[in-house]
Design a protein around this ligand. Structure first.
Ligand SMILES: NC(=O)c1ccc[n+]([C@@H]2O[C@H](COP(=O)([O-])OP(=O)(O)OC[C@H]3O[C@@H](n4cnc5c(N)ncnc54)[C@H](OP(=O)(O)O)[C@@H]3O)[C@@H](O)[C@H]2O)c1
Length: 279
């Protein structure tokens, strides 16, 4: 298992997504248990956003992390593009911190590109860093053009991560974005890493074959594949504690060159540039 260096910290490569969590009172306890189970089994990164359930997911996370030492966690939240201005970022950030019941984020992401000039967003992010409210900032859903432009801007090189959709069925970034990020030592946060349980993937014979070899399930192989380069943190979402344990344990599976070649024979590396897969 290889930890990933993100914003100067070595963190466990499987984190916990929170999309669609915290919305319903009757699943709240089960979701809290899922998050705590992940943390108890080694996960550190929790990924959330002001957008998720309009703050519900952040509220859930705030409750779930109460028994844990803050410095052991790596909390990530995201600001909506419409709120990514110098005036609005401080307001959004304070609201996120309040919901998460913490006084800082480890990483604050711009959720996707929007109308606010990115230069202004960077300035506001750097200001939040100076105030100690965030340790680092990054972006999400940035393609090659967005990222290339960002990295050339003043302070653009402080960008600490790019979070994009990445799984075996959506591996277009392996052609150009992932190499660009590697060249710039920019870690990838892989969202939808199990492709939301898409049976096109989970029923695939090649994945079933490889999973048998490791006495694992297909979800674990999908996750092990997504973090294979040591520069990726996968953030699968699950409200089921048993699934979460399996997901976290996937960090122990090191796929061999032979496994990867087998998988590539069915899911080949892209040979042309593809638009970023979204949502
Ligand atoms: N930056 C962005 O724009 C963006 C966009 C989308 C998502 N995200 C982030 O990325 C996270 C993950 O993406 P996602 O939630 O869209 O998709 P995902 O993690 O690929 O899939 C989540 C689904 O997979 C199931 N699942 C997870 N592990 C499983 C396992 N071991 N066995 C069986 N089923 C399993 C979950 O059901 P169970 O609850 O039954 O396990 C859930 O329905 C999100 O939660 C969010 O934090 C970011």
């Amino acid at each position: 298992m290889q930890n990933v260096n993100i914003a100067g910290r070595e963190v466990f490569p499987i984190g916990l997504g929170t999309l669609k969590m915290g919305d319903k009172a009757n699943t709240f306890d089960q979701e809290v248990k899922a998050i705590r189970t992940g943390l108890d089994h080694g996960a550190q990164v929790i990924d959330t956003a002001e957008m998720y359930g309009n703050g519900n997911a952040e509220n859930l996370v705030g409750h779930a992390i109460e028994p844990y030492k803050r410095e052991d966690l790596f909390l990530v939240s995201k600001v909506l593009p419409n709120n990514a201005s110098k005036k609005q970022i401080p307001i959004s950030l304070d609201n996120s911190l309040k919901r998460l019941k913490t006084d800082y984020l480890d990483l604050y992401l711009l959720h996707w590109t929007g109308g606010v000039p990115i230069e202004e967003t960077i300035e506001a992010m750097e200001q939040a860093k100076l105030q100690g409210k965030i340790k680092s900032w990054g972006v999400s859903n940035f393609d090659v053009n967005d990222l290339t432009k960002l990295l050339k801007l003043p302070n653009g090189h402080y960008c600490a991560a790019n979070q994009v959709r990445y799984n075996l069925g959506d591996r277009g970034i392996d052609y150009d974005l992932a190499p660009l990020m590697k060249e710039n030592s920019l870690p990838l946060m892989a969202y939808a890493p199990v492709s939301r349980g898409d049976s096109d993937l989970t029923d695939q014979n090649v994945l079933l074959d490889v999973s048998q070899k490791y006495n694992a399930d297909v979800y674990q192989i999908l996750l092990a594949w997504s973090i294979r380069n040591g520069q990726t943190i996968a953030i699968p979402q699950s409200s089921n504690a048993e699934h979460v344990i399996n997901n976290v344990k996937a960090a122990n599976i090191k796929l061999t060159e032979e496994d990867l070649a087998k998988i590539d024979s069915v899911y080949p590396e892209p040979i042309v540039s593809e638009p970023l897969a979204l949502w």
